[in-house]
Design a protein around this ligand. Structure first.
Ligand SMILES: NC(=O)c1ccc[n+]([C@@H]2O[C@H](COP(=O)([O-])OP(=O)(O)OC[C@H]3O[C@@H](n4cnc5c(N)ncnc54)[C@H](O)[C@@H]3O)[C@@H](O)[C@H]2O)c1
Length: 364
């Protein structure tokens, strides 16, 4: 399956399917990427045989490798600098290429490194988690974490190519499959009622690696994200809808502390739950759709904030919500739903309204 994403500068392809690693060299030349040298940066948890399958397709002299332990703590300037150092030492030119083989963190870090090295060298993203295949590899946002929070340093930089091989997902822990599913679900909620219905019926087939359902869900999810980012590349307007649940989610994961039992996608599911409940409380979201979405989240078992937070955490959560890049002035901006596939952007609320709401959800 193939999608073409149009951007202000150039178009790029997303190739989705099985057994793509063994064909990667051919895919790269079909896409007319004429780099002479490739630096392959990969996540330490990606199975070795998958990395070998890629590396073995290249002339040994033309490919360098760097294995990195990626997590939210290593999603920082030091890691970017370790990549840039190799590019400098080995005298890479702008026409050469950085290939990221890993999840969203690896892709965000490599995309950022590509954007700053000689003001931009070719970047190929080979996403290896469900979340990165359905979401983070599309749209050109790159970034790293800093003292002020998640993804606070970054750039918009488009890849030259995205290759999503679903064979990578075989080694992915169930928890990580659920993370990717969170973004698939988000895409259906903001844009496609029929896709939500498909997920209500088939979510367990997707999570249990039924190849056809999985490939189909990845394709549909990418298509929704592509359509949104093509209309608003730099997130001036409608792209904001992709942040449904994310203002809560970023605050949740930062409050818990990266990597302490609540990862990004799980935080997104809790964030979607919070945005849906808040929207209902404010009488913005209709009752029928509210009940359908909550029923689905209950099946996934991401509905209870008390599992992760205590009342004393609420001030910290509010603090991080106030850091959100979308906020203007003192109010907190939230993306909410009016109904399925009808998001509302640009609604802002006083911190006290959100504090009172969170007090109902977190009551231990
Ligand atoms: N740029 C964007 O538009 C965008 C959008 C959404 C999320 N993000 C970012 O993406 C990150 C989350 O991405 P993620 O969920 O992919 O997390 P991740 O990169 O941390 O990967 C999740 C875990 O899976 C492991 N892993 C990766 N591939 C594997 C494989 N094939 N088999 C087994 N284990 C594997 C990783 O080592 C890690 O432990 C966050 O930092 C978030 O900010 C970016």
């Amino acid at each position: 399956m193939k999608l073409k994403v149009k951007t202000n500068i150039d178009d790029y392809s997303i190739i989705i399917g099985k057994n793509l690693c063994s064909k990667i060299k051919k895919i790269i030349s079909n896409e007319k990427i004429n780099s002479q040298k490739f630096l392959l940066v990969y996540d330490s948890k990606v199975p070795k045989r998958m990395i070998r399958s890629i590396v073995s397709r290249f002339n040994k002299k033309r490919i360098d490798e760097k294995k990195i332990v990626f997590n939210e703590k290593s999603k920082n300037l030091k890691t970017v600098s370790s990549i840039v150092k190799i590019l400098e030492k080995k005298n890479y030119s702008r026409n050469d290429c950085l290939i990221s083989v890993g999840g969203g963190i690896c892709g965000d870090v490599c995309g950022f490194a590509s954007s700053i090295f000689k003001r931009g060298l070719n970047f190929i993203n080979v996403p290896t988690t469900l979340l990165s295949q359905v979401d983070s590899s599309i749209g050109g946002k790159t970034g790293i974490n800093s003292l002020s929070g998640k993804n606070m340093i970054g750039s918009f930089y488009q890849p030259s190519l995205v290759v999503s091989d679903i064979d990578f997902l075989k080694s992915l822990p169930k928890k990580e499959m659920i993370c990717g599913y969170a973004e698939i679900l988000k895409h259906s909620l903001i844009k496609n009622k029929a896709f939500f219905k498909f997920l209500e019926k088939n979510f367990s087939k997707i999570l249990n690696h039924n190849k056809n359902f999985l490939e189909n869900a990845i394709y549909k999810s990418c298509l929704i994200k592509k359509e949104v980012v093509e209309k608003d590349e730099k997130e001036k307007n409608i792209r904001k809808m992709l942040n449904l649940g994310h203002t809560f989610a970023h605050a949740y994961e930062t409050t818990v502390g990266y990597n302490k039992g609540l990862n990004h996608g799980e935080a997104v599911l809790l964030g979607i739950m919070s945005a849906v409940k808040f929207g209902r409380q404010k009488n913005i979201l209709n009752k029928d759709d509210y009940e359908r979405i909550i029923k689905h989240l209950k099946k996934l078992n991401y509905i209870n904030l008390n599992k992760y937070f205590k009342s004393k955490d609420i001030s910290k959560i509010i603090f991080y919500m106030k850091q959100d890049k979308k906020n203007k002035g003192n109010k907190i901006n939230l993306i909410l739903l009016k109904s399925l596939a009808k998001p509302i952007l640009n609604k802002s609320f006083e911190e006290n309204e959100i504090r009172l709401f969170l007090k109902k959800l977190i009551n231990k």
